[in-house]
Ligand binder design. Structure first.
Ligand SMILES: [Cu+2]
Length: 648
């Protein structure tokens, strides 16, 4: 996968679809499949070429194709199409009986507009003393199949919260109108009923739910300016979607569902570009609220499968979201009419100083220090009240860190005077934030030094005291190869410090040990759900921290292609029931991590970031510390060889 060997295609086959290509797909569907104004286009994305087609020996570009999912609102029938962008034709048209495609942003906005103009909701609000509909925000959620009332079976159904803004510019999510949930037929975009009418017999509680400087009841503190300057520019290079930095080389992709995708990640090791990963992305995010009361029992979000991280990606701003010398990439998604929509500055690329990378103070000659620098690729997603900030960080010593920060505004609701909430934390007057969990499934298609890889569970165990170890000090590693998909279902184990090592079955390193990368788990927590739970049936993936499957191009979505209104998980549990071999083959790791959000008063009214991460660390991939060749920093006294011993 050396870049010099890449055929000189005008566009790389992994480059995301352009605005023009979105228009072409929509035009072809309208012309050839009579996709008319009553249809919605749920998704259009690049149909990525098969792995083999990317390593083209002929210089021939693989076919350029798009995948589209659309449905007819009149009969509810959905279809999946393959559209050839080379020939401008629909080459496959697959009916999807009984499936609900992802909810579109257009439905969210149209539903809010419809509800705010609906007389039945206006009457319900008036009974609570609210007459100004401009202060109202409704927030649409998708259903689980099992929670759809029998009288509405077969409909594309949504339910909504109703929120009240305390002042014109006040926090829209500060005042929950608890016990008030419109149920909506999304295809007719009509209010079916309003569920629950209890307003706890009392006015909205007085709360301080604001975060704008002009609305908070305290003066702003003083902070001195902090500026980052790189007078000679950055040390990365971006050509189209190809990014090179400090021996790393990768391609950036983007789609409606995963948002940022990292393709063909490799490390240039003394002139040899060695593959590490074929593709890295987030494939699902499951957020169950763990509160069975009437306001929250339906509240489970599949933020990737139901809504799409790409659709919800927001533009980034210099000096606020990213500091320093920034390069931005725009992204293009589309609306439900199939028209392209530009997200300017969707992805931020920049370098950060990260403290010390390595150091030793020689007692005679003084210190030798190298500073660490990292390349950060980030994008931010706003999911109604919540934000997810995603950071992929590449380090000079071969490490890759994946960090997620959750911020924004928690879902809260109020409760009757004299009670206490059993399933959440009190955060303000008669106001609580329900406990919930954010399970993120990272899809890690690793190709460590090639495709033939084996995953090992690596555990530490104390050696039993014996003749060779009379002091009972020995610590041994137990390395267990995972040979089948059943063995690939792994849980986190604090007692053995379990981690997972992905090793190449090819050429070992110069020490004679296998070249590998280790998945260092972080942010792992158990589902803590009853086996009968509908959430578990729809998202079996959260039962384990890790799943390993043999690569299959169609296996992309761990909770199924269409989790919207799903009854059962048709992804990982179905594929892995085949119990295929995962030894010495092209493996995909599905790592489940996230935030077990036991809500705090400090998370209100806006939440300081909650941060979780996991790492991919080279383990025997290199023969020694791969960052020995870093130069000392400028004119500091941190290396005696240059500036004389022991200064500073
Ligand atoms: Cu949370």
């Amino acid at each position: 996968m050396s870049t010099s060997d890449q055929p000189a295609w005008p566009r790389h086959p992994l480059d995301p679809l352009t605005a023009e290509e979105f228009r072409q797909v929509t035009g072809v569907l309208r012309r050839d499949r009579e996709v008319g104004p009553r249809w919605r286009i749920a998704s259009i994305e690049l149909r990525e070429p098969a792995k083999d087609a990317l390593v083209s020996g002929t210089g021939q570009a693989p076919p350029r194709e798009a995948l589209a999912v659309c449905w007819n609102r009149d009969d509810g029938h959905a279809y999946r199409a393959v559209v050839s962008l080379d020939s401008g034709a629909v080459t496959a048209w697959e009916p999807l009986p009984g499936q609900q495609p992802n909810i579109t942003q257009d439905e969210w906005h149209e539903c809010d507009e419809m509800l705010r103009g609906d007389p039945a909701l206006a009457a319900a609000l008036a009974r609570r003393g609210i007459t100004d509909s401009s202060r109202i925000l409704t927030d649409l959620w998708a259903f689980a199949a099992d929670l759809v009332p029998p009288r509405y079976r077969g409909l594309r159904l949504g339910w909504a919260d109703v929120w009240y803004r305390g002042s014109e510019e006040g926090n829209p999510y500060a005042h929950h109108l608890s016990g008030l949930h419109p149920i909506v037929d999304l295809n007719r975009m009509a209010l079916l009923e309003i569920d629950g009418s209890s307003s706890h017999g009392d006015a909205l509680p007085e709360v301080m739910g604001e975060y704008l400087p002009k609305l908070i009841p305290m003066p702003l503190r003083e902070v001195a300016p902090l500026e980052i300057s790189q007078p000679e520019g950055v040390s990365f290079r971006l050509d189209g979607h190809l990014l090179r930095w400090q021996n790393w080389e990768l391609r950036l992709g983007f789609n409606y569902r995963e948002g940022l995708v990292l393709h063909t990640v490799g490390f240039n090791d003394a002139g040899r570009l060695r593959p590490v990963a074929h593709r890295l992305s987030f494939a699902e995010m499951v957020v169950p609220y763990r509160d069975p009361t009437e306001d929250h029992f339906r509240r489970t979000a599949f933020d990737i499968g139901e809504w799409g991280l790409g659709f919800m990606t927001t533009s980034l701003e210099r000096g606020c979201d990213c500091l320093g010398e920034i390069t931005y990439l725009d992204a293009v998604v589309h609306d439900s009419a199939g028209e392209p929509q530009l997200i300017p500055h969707a992805i931020c690329i920049h370098e950060e100083d990260n403290g010390v990378l390595w150091k030793h103070v020689d007692h005679e000659f003084g210190p030798e220090v190298r500073r660490a620098r990292r390349l950060v690729l980030s994008f931010h997603v706003t999911v109604a009240n919540y934000e997810y900030l995603v950071y992929w960080r590449f380090y000079q010593d071969g490490n890759i860190e994946c960090e997620v920060r959750a911020t924004g505004i928690m879902v809260t609701s109020n409760f009757p005077p004299g009670e206490q909430p059993p399933y959440g934390t009190l955060v303000d007057n008669r106001t609580y934030a329900p406990f919930h969990q954010h399970f993120i499934v990272a899809r890690l298609d690793l190709d460590v030094d090639g495709r033939a890889n084996t995953v090992y569970a690596v555990e530490s165990e104390p050696a039993a005291a014996g003749p060779g170890d009379p002091h009972g000090l020995g610590l041994r590693l137990r390395q267990t190869p995972l040979r089948t998909e059943a063995e690939g279902q792994q849980d986190y184990d604090w007692a053995t410090q379990r981690s997972w090592k992905v090793v190449s079955t090819g050429t070992p390193n110069s020490l004679g040990t296998p070249a590998g990368y280790k998945l260092v788990p972080g942010g792992s927590f158990p589902a803590l759900l009853d086996p009968s739970s509908a959430v578990l049936r729809r998202a079996r993936v959260i039962e384990h921290a890790l799943w390993v499957t043999p690569y299959h191009p169609d296996e992309r979505w761990p909770c199924g292609d269409f989790p919207t209104q799903s009854a059962a998980d048709s992804g990982l549990p179905v594929w892995t029931a085949q119990n295929r071999s995962i030894a010495g083959t092209d493996v995909v790791l599905w790592y489940v991590f996230g935030i077990h959000h036991i809500t705090r008063p400090e998370d209100w009214p806006i939440m300081p970031v909650d941060t979780v991460s996991f790492w991919l660390k080279p383990f025997g991939f290199f023969d020694r510390n791969p960052a020995l060749d870093l130069p000392p920093d400028g004119n500091s006294g941190c290396h005696p060889g240059g500036d004389g011993a022991g200064s500073g």
